[in-house]
Design a protein around this ligand. Sequence first.
Ligand code: NAD
Length: 474
Amino acid sequence: MYPDLHLYIAGEWRRARTDMAVLNPATEEEIGRLPRAEIDDLDDALEAAEKGFRLWRRTSPRERADTILRAAAIMRERGEEIARAITLEHGKPLAQARAEVIRGAEFFEWDAGEAMRTYGRIIPAADGNKIAVHHQPAGVVAAFSPWNFPMSQPARKVAGALASGCSIILKAAEETPAGAIHIARAFEAAGLPPGVLNLVFGDPAEISSHLIPAEPVRLVAFTGSTAVGRHLTTLASENMTPVLMELGGHAPVIVCEDTDVEAAAIAGAVRKMRNAGQVCTSPTRFFVHESIFDRFADAFTERAAATVVGDGTQQGTEMGPLANERRVPMLTGLIEDAVSHGADLRTGGKRRGDRGYFLEPTVLANVPDAARIMQEEPFGPVAVLNPVPSLDAAIEAANAVPFGLAGYAFTNRADHIDRMIDEVEVGNLSINTLEASLPETPFGGVKSSGYGREGGTEGLERYMTVKNVWHSAR
Ligand code: NAD
């Protein structure tokens, strides 16, 4: 069920001199060995991607779309196999892995269609000439995808690049390589020319420091932590290479007094525990009007504590383990720090069992601003519930972090919604829903949450450059 793991360079699957273990985070057992790319492999990938770009950029948008749609159809056909591999390497419940595969296929399908409508525009100039604005593929993309969504995260980047006519070298996450391997397999079966998509794994720092300054690379696309994003942006700035950065978040949820309290609390608790909280848009800091706080906190805690935690392959599991071992001390440290600052631990707080990287669903209430968790993204199944006296106080608290990715609110008051649209500092604001992004909508952050957008027309534009053509006919 778990695929053989290789590098994919110039249309060929290859091994390397050294490899590393891939573990199942629910059992800590080894499920595969992943080759570690060396500098020669990276140079081959650069050469292949350069050749691939020359070919792919001249392939018509419709033909590109046909190939991408064929690959997406293959991913859907192989959906069950891909989902099972994702659950084995990542730990998430099978139902969530299945939904991720469909989501990944949708990214390809939407970008394939939209890229056929890259029209440019004609500008009638003052002197009577006609000036044309062309959108052209940027070139070779160096992309880095994280482990929290092993298939849909690489899908976003590969979809944007290939639909726009770019070639790509993707370094997917070493902890969760199977999603990206399945994407490459699907494109191989769909007839993508060699070199257009290349896949490498290895030492992330070595790979990024070799690929990013390389001459053919014209865009760096990264999803991961703000610290690494900052480092890669610095590397890219040496050549003035543009970057697309999807970084951390610390999403606020403003719960107003007019809302259906229990429904919002239950929706919040369920969403918080999805993917074990390892989602950059995960709702984390709940600012609840003080008049409804106790009811909200009771309902939220009850639902969070009832979350069925276990191996993602088992039927009924709602939350799997954390994706890797280092997340466990990182999260228990944040929780202990909050409690030592006087936070009220409503439920959870500890590692569960002695096999697998399981953490109890955790709810902290009345957390003082001085606690680290009020500034640091937990990226795990931990929620903060704090009462606020007014919408002013809620908006101020929502904005009091360096991040600005997703934000949520529960209210039906038009005046409240109006103010939040104007004042909450995020790239994605969702009212009465905890969904934050779709293939057709631009997704990304402000402040330290990143730069640029993925998805929607805005996302495809990142993979293209603008050429203004002034053709004087007289
Ligand atoms: P990390 O900062 O060590 O790594 C984050 C990601 O960057 C990983 O995929 C890693 O392989 C990659 N990476 C690390 N160093 C790199 C380098 N020099 N060059 C290229 N890639 C490099 O953190 P982590 O422990 O893996 O993840 C935890 C943090 O990462 C979270 O707190 C969260 O903020 C962030 N994260 C965000 C997302 C997201 O969707 N925005 C996804 C995963 C992780």
